[in-house]
Write a protein that binds this ligand. Structure first.
Ligand code: 9MR
Length: 747
């Protein structure tokens, strides 16, 4: 289509500038077109296509015949290279496109034309037959003369026709300021408060004096009222806030709202049923993360998919996986297990801590005063094994345990008894991509001490928990745990490399003393043997203060050992001191929570929110919950309950980080198969999926384009492209399952 090149400010912009009192500053640069021949008037040059695409002029546009049967979006594309991008400069990217038949998705990117093919901006609209115009603004994170604009159209089973026109990349435009929609200024747990539990909220306001608040029932009747407590400027959000305590109200019901400063909160319940549901949903999540098994629609309506990585084309499969080039001379069957997150990788370190937390959820139900094992029993999770007389949570965890055991280096091989750190694709795959459609070669990555000890710890824990149900499996697990332990002692400092992050995450950890402690603790609790008790009591970790702001995650596993030593019966010398250390740590988390106007037991150093912060909040809450289990003191229970409020909506963004829970909730998590944002045929993540949450480092380009300069809680965006703030992951959901189960038990 013919059009004039826009090389200067438009008339409207000039008028706007003349009418607005502009602050003194550098003069706005000219808007400069970066695309050559975006209008396809006489030729398609200098646009290229991948070899499988035929393109030509048609009615003043470029039309491309896209073949079916490719895996990734970039496997069939039209593009233009040699585009200059200037770091910090904003660009307006526009194009029109249509596709037939209807419903196909095109991935439009601005990125690097050479390896490593970084993407600086991407969108994936679903095209109509009549066509639409698309406009986006982004800021380049780099300087390059090797930029590329491309429309990627692969990943479809069937052939289709893509037409495009008026492609423009205009430099020097004003940057787009991203303003999250945070809704009403009264921030509550959007799901539910327990009738007998604490009830706290946060009000964002400019007011400095106390303000009245009212609690209203679903019919609008005022059932309680009081005055706010001004808290000043909150460091985690930069907002001026008040807190509201309406814990005096003990009624029940649905659809309450809290009103203050002229605003009504999002609705919430006062009751227990939501937590009974969340306890199960957070655990049901694991079945749809399973590798090596078809997901059944009767068990998870809307989530059925073929088995992933069983060697059925185009998968190369996990049945016979070689090591990375030169790594070893054997192949392993490492099928099964859970996909780690939104990628197709399977990692022993993260699989380990996730399995521990599920097993601990089960173990707590057996041991704690308020535990209710029947709630996690056989038939509770709608998994294929339901009805086998084994608690479903153990069936689910076993799916991963079998995988962890399969990652152990066989006897007679180099580093026998150690565990391979991870298995994943040779290269990163794109989104969306069902596990069964992944065409990449899978590879075993070198063994590490940390992975070996994750295997030892969880297999030892499994040995005591599965014994009543399957003695043979329990014995096999214990043997594997002992073998792994000995192998780790023989190779105590074999670390995964930080740079081994192509095709999968690194999960690098250069300190295994905490993993040694955790594994020794589990081996001791299962066997009672002196050698393991000696390792526990002799470890510097045993008496160290391990409960910091980032107390427990895949790389900080000492707390897993300490919590189990405190709760699982044993004759460990000095066990009382272990129990006291947990209660003292809970006291500190309580201090943190009380100092936070948003009421979470999390205040990272320098207000730097960590990757997966929502699960850090929950894991700190697990320490509070454990202190309650140990002492029966209500303050720890209340702290644990209150921590849940933050995750479910009492936060600066007014969002529940759990899919399907709360009026506004995260539901576009980064995932290759819960990818409805990119392909309307695919589902959103299942209800009960926890989003990673605010991450101050915003490592992904999408978050970088929207959240530059964000303060703490604001470093989050519910978009599938934001893998550093909005991924789903098995270790994060385990913290949610653990806490949801605790909260439900308090009902
Ligand atoms: O949660 C992990 C975070 O703590 C690490 O800093 C980061 C880099 O190794 O990896 C995160 O985990 C991701 C993993 O590497 C790959 N699968 C998705 C995980 C969640 O984002």
């Amino acid at each position: 289509m013919k059009r004039r090149r826009t090389t200067a400010l438009t008339l409207a912009a000039l008028l706007g500038a003349a009418l607005t009192a502009l602050p003194a500053g550098p003069a706005a640069a000219d808007e400069v077109e970066q695309i050559r021949n975006g209008t396809f008037d006489t030729t398609t040059a200098p646009w290229w296509t991948t070899a499988n695409v035929t393109a030509g002029l048609s009615g003043g546009q470029l039309c491309a015949e896209v073949p079916g049967g490719t895996a990734n979006r970039w496997d069939a594309a039209v593009g233009q290279n040699d585009i200059t991008l200037v770091k910090g400069e904003s660009y307006r990217f526009t194009f029109t496109a249509n596709g037939s038949p209807a419903g196909h998705v095109v991935r439009a990117i601005v990125g690097l034309s050479v390896s490593p093919y970084d993407t600086y901006f991407e969108v994936s609209p679903q095209l109509s037959v009549s066509g639409d115009a698309y406009t986006y603004t982004f800021t380049s994170p780099v300087d390059t003369t090797e930029g590329q604009v491309a429309l990627q159209a692969g990943g479809s089973a069937d052939a289709w026709r893509l037409c495009m026109d008026d492609v423009s990349l205009l430099g020097g435009v004003p940057p787009e300021v991203y303003e999250p929609d945070t809704g009403p200024r009264v921030r509550v747990n959007q799901v539910a408060y327990l009738p007998s539990g604490p009830k706290n909220a946060t009000l964002v306001t400019g007011a400095t004096g106390k303000l009245p608040w009212q609690l209203k029932n679903a019919r609008g009747g005022v059932v309680a009222h009081g005055r706010t407590v001004p808290r000043g400027v909150d460091a985690s959000s930069g907002q001026n806030v008040h807190s509201i305590d309406f814990g005096g109200y003990r009624g029940r019901g649905d659809g309450f709202t809290l009103v203050a400063d002229g605003e009504a909160s999002r609705p919430f319940d006062i009751g227990t049923s939501a937590y009974e549901r969340l306890r199960l949903d957070a655990l049901k999540y694991y079945y749809t993360q399973r590798s090596g098994i078809a997901i059944r629609d009767d068990l998870r309506p809307g989530y059925a998919r073929p088995a992933g990585h069983l060697g059925v084309a185009p998968n190369r499969g996990d049945l016979d996986v070689p090591c990375q080039a030169g790594g070893c001379d054997y192949r392993l069957d490492v099928s099964g297990g859970w996909y780690d997150a939104g990628d197709h990788g399977k990692y022993v370190v993260n699989g380990g801590i996730a399995t521990w937390e599920l097993l601990s959820t089960y173990e707590r139900s057996q041991l704690a005063r308020t535990g209710r094992p029947a709630k996690l029993g056989d038939g509770t999770l709608a998994v294929p094994e339901s009805g086998n007389k084994v608690p479903d949570i153990l069936d689910e965890a076993r799916w991963e345990l079998e995988f962890l055991l399969s990652m152990q280096v066989p006897a007679g091989r180099l580093l026998a008894g150690m565990a391979h750190h991870k298995v994943h694709d040779e290269q990163w795959t794109g989104l969306p991509l069902l596990p069964s459609d992944d065409p990449q070669q899978r590879e075993l990555h070198p063994p590490s001490t940390a992975a070996t000890l994750n295997l030892a710890a969880t297999a030892a824990q499994a040995a005591r928990l599965y014994r009543p149900y399957d003695r043979r499996f329990a014995a096999k697990a214990l043997t594997a745990a002992r073998t792994a332990w000995s192998a780790a002692l023989a190779h105590p400092e074999v670390y995964a490399s930080e740079s081994d992050a192509t095709g999968g995450g690194a999960y690098a950890d250069a300190d295994a003393t905490d993993e040694f402690y955790w594994a020794a603790a589990e081996l001791y609790l299962t066997t009672g043997e002196k050698q393991f008790a000696d390792h526990v009591t002799g470890s510097p970790v045993h008496t160290a203060d391990i409960f910091g702001p980032l107390g427990l995650d895949w790389s900080r596993t000492a707390a897993a050992g300490r919590l189990d030593l405190a709760t699982v019966p044993s004759k460990l010398p000095g066990r009382d001191r272990v129990r006291r250390s947990v209660v003292q740590a809970a006291g500190r988390y309580l201090d943190t929570l009380e100092a936070q106007p948003y009421g979470m037991p999390y205040a990272p150093e320098g207000n730097r929110y960590d990757w997966g912060s929502s699960h850090q909040v929950l894991n700190n809450a697990v320490v509070l919950a454990t202190a309650y289990d140990l002492t029966g003191a209500a303050k720890y229970r209340d702290g644990a309950l209150q921590s849940m409020d933050y995750v479910l909506g009492r936060n600066a963004l007014n969002i529940s980080y759990v899919t399907g829970y709360g009026e506004v909730n995260s539901h576009r998590q980064h995932s290759r198969w819960y990818a409805r944002e990119l392909d309307p045929e695919l589902p959103d993540p299942p209800p009960g999926t926890l989003a990673g949450g605010p991450n101050s480092a915003i490592q992904d380009p999408y978050a970088q384009s929207k959240l530059q300069g964000c303060v703490g809680q604001f470093c989050y965006i519910d978009d599938i492209q934001s893998w550093s703030t909005n991924e789903t992951a098995i270790n994060w959901n385990a913290a949610l399952a653990r806490m949801a189960s605790f909260v439900a038990d308090q009902g």
